[in-house]
Design a protein around this ligand. Structure first.
Ligand SMILES: *Cc1c(COP(=O)(O)O)cnc(C)c1O
Length: 371
């Protein structure tokens, strides 16, 4: 089955097989393995162990995002969040429930966030200490540029937290240069092409030291995970880790390296996305974004206006042909969405487009172009 959803993604057999073992998390061999895994992720982020540290947190992307906000944004302080779509909404809720004051910044739903708008919002309110940015808005498919937005945040002397959950490993981020970034957060199961179950932050050590004790949560305190690392070593976890998920991630990083790292992964996803975009147009369908605003991670497509359209039926017919897409949509209007990430190639995407054409015919969808 091809999983064409923006996480969890299609994985390779070597990644699946790495899970077929029993592990003792406190065993010395497993500790060495975990320490090395953290170092590998730091290397992918392109930063040194002198300035940054990889902090693992069991669970999903929401958990690690919440942990970064709780750790770095003091209770009652303000965080500016560009309202890029559903994942910015989620970050907004996590921040509010963590006791932060969210300053929402309206942005166009189908365009990258304008750095000048962020600069103006920061200039207008000196109490805003942080910006929370979703690098790849998985709701819309638009990529927001942390380099350009980070530059205005740096110039204003404020801090940045990047939700790179659907970006890390594929989209570039210059963490070594962007010293305004307190932390970038991501998970094991999206562009790194492993299993769900682990979140990671790559965070600045100086900022972790300055942020001790303010998370208001033991489970979600990155400064506490850092303190534990110093005390018990980088191979040690505070609480039981999903060892199999970590083993699968290590196997997935072998494949990531063999492929040629982030540039190669991005190139493959871009090819997948272009193949899908062109294929959809050839089927008479209408992608929601113009090509220049469409990111390489996930694509939304307008629901055909034909009265015979049913998303669930379309999903069912596709599934019978070996292609699984989401049976819900994230746009304000009816659409369907297709993920371009995971262990899939251009040939897989061509097959998926072919299967979509068959499914449309099978459902008798004649009117396809959005009004
Ligand atoms: C998937 C995703 C998350 C977190 O999802 P979980 O279901 O909690 O793992 C957060 N942000 C973005 C941009 C995502 O794509």
């Amino acid at each position: 089955m091809l999983l064409l959803i923006p996480g969890p993604v299609t994985t390779r057999p070597a990644v699946q097989m790495a899970m077929a073992h029993d592990f003792a998390p406190w065993d010395n061999a497993f500790r060495d393995f975990c320490a090395q895994l953290r170092a590998r992720l730091l290397a992918i982020a392109g930063v040194s162990a002198e300035t940054h540290v990889t902090l693992p947190l069991q669970g999903c992307g929401h958990f690690i995002t919440e942990a970064a906000i709780r750790t770095f944004v003091p209770l009652g302080h303000k965080i500016l969040i560009p309202q890029t779509g559903p994942y910015a909404d989620r970050m907004t809720r996590l921040a509010r429930e963590a006791g932060c004051v969210v300053v929402p910044l309206s942005v166009l739903p189908d365009r990258p966030t304008n750095p000048a708008a962020v600069a103006a919002a920061l200039a207008a309110d000196h109490q805003i200490g942080h910006v929370g940015l979703v690098q790849s808005e998985t709701g819309s498919g638009v990529v927001h540029d942390p380099g350009a937005i980070g530059a205005v945040i740096r110039a204003a002397g404020r801090r940045l937290i990047v939700d790179a959950v659907s970006a890390f490993g594929a989209l570039p981020l210059d963490l070594a240069y962007q010293n305004e970034i307190d932390a970038v957060v991501f998970t094991s199961n999206k562009c790194l092409e492993a299993m769900p179950g682990m979140g990671f932050a790559i965070a600045r050590i100086d900022r972790l030291e300055a942020s001790a004790g303010q998370a208001g949560s033991w489970s979600f305190d990155l400064a506490d995970i850092y303190a534990h690392t110093l005390k018990s070593g980088p191979g040690s976890f505070r609480f039981t880790p999903p060892a199999q998920v970590l083993a699968a991630l290590d196997a997935a990083l072998d494949l990531f390296d063999a492929e040629g790292g982030q540039p190669a992964r991005l190139a493959r996803y871009q090819t997948n996305a272009r193949t899908l975009y062109d294929g959809l147009l050839a089927l008479g369908l209408t992608p929601c974004l113009p090509p220049d605003a469409q990111g390489p991670i996930v694509m939304n497509i307008h629901a055909p206006p034909d009265p015979a359209w049913s998303l669930q039926k379309f999903v069912d017919v596709l599934k019978a042909r070996g292609v699984l897409i989401s049976n819900f949509y994230n746009t304000p209007y009816p659409s369907f969405r297709v993920g371009c990430i995971g262990a899939i190639t251009q040939a897989d995407m061509r097959f998926a487009v072919y299967a979509m054409g068959q499914a449309l015919d099978r459902l008798g969808i004649v009117q396809r172009k959005a009004a």
